[in-house]
Ligand binder design. Structure first.
Ligand code: PMT
Length: 213
């Protein structure tokens, strides 16, 4: 299979020295990329900024912003049979980029933010992707219901849901505990290393690919 994976955070610049980002380390997406290579798949990894080593034998595309990740995904998803969206993409970016460093002025500073494009949500509708579509859901409450909402709205075959309010799993941890949410069922995967979970998730994706024919 040709597999596209998005990973890591995005960075949305405010001025030449400041940006908005999140706590994603990229570990979950990179573990999936390594597992994909291990199983003999051809993997394209589109990654925001991380401190991780690029897994061997992946086609690596480095991006910084949500818009750059959108553009790269639009290109590389064309040859993919499965696409896994593990990146923590900024939902909002600053409305304006200040060319000069923003100066301290008043006691408060109000930033105007605008929505970024939903890359996963564009896969079916804008990119015309017909392969196995796997989203992630980072939730702090109502894990299954919220993940199911994303699965349906974005036309996914599977959403991997993680409770990011729990310490020791999710963002910037070596471990995770996920709920696999399918259109017709759920399957919990107990606490494990991201590397180990990635192997299981890849096996489930292979099954989905076979069933799609
Ligand atoms: O990187 P790590 O430190 O290993 O942490 C792993 C993780 C917690 C980041 C990962 O397991 C995870 O949950 N990734 C998705 C994080 C997220 O942004 O979830 P969300 O519920 O906000 O987004 C839902 C889905 O839409 C995700 O597949 C996301 O990649 C995608 N999305 C979101 C916004 C956007 N503009 N474009 C997108 O494609």
């Amino acid at each position: 299979m040709n597999i596209l994976i998005t990973a890591g955070p995005t960075r949305e610049a405010l001025d030449p020295v400041r940006y908005l980002t999140n706590r994603s380390s990229g570990k979950m997406g990179y573990a999936l990329a390594s597992a994909g290579v291990h199983f003999g798949h051809r993997v394209t990894l589109i990654s925001g900024p991380t401190n991780l080593d690029v897994p061997i034998n992946v086609d690596y595309v480095q991006v910084e912003t949500a818009q750059e990740m959108f553009e790269a995904t639009r290109v590389y998803i064309q040859k993919a049979e499965a696409a896994i969206f593990a990146a923590a993409v900024a939902d909002y970016r600053p409305a304006l980029f200040a060319e000069e460093k923003i100066k301290k002025t008043g006691e408060t500073l109000t930033l105007e933010l605008v929505r970024t494009t939903d890359i996963l949500g564009s896969a079916r509708s804008t990119f015309g992707f017909e392969g196995v579509l796997v989203g992630f859901a980072a939730e702090t409450e109502n894990l299954e219901a919220n993940a199911r909402g994303k699965l349906e709205r974005k036309g996914c075959d599977l959403v991997v849901a993680n409770d990011v309010s729990q310490s020791g799993i999710g963002f910037d941890s070596d471990h995770n505990e996920v709920l696999l949410v399918y259109p017709d069922r759920v399957e919990p995967l107990p606490l494990d290393t991201k590397d180990h979970l990635a192997h299981f998730i890849l096996e489930f994706i292979k099954d989905l690919h076979i069933r799609k024919g």
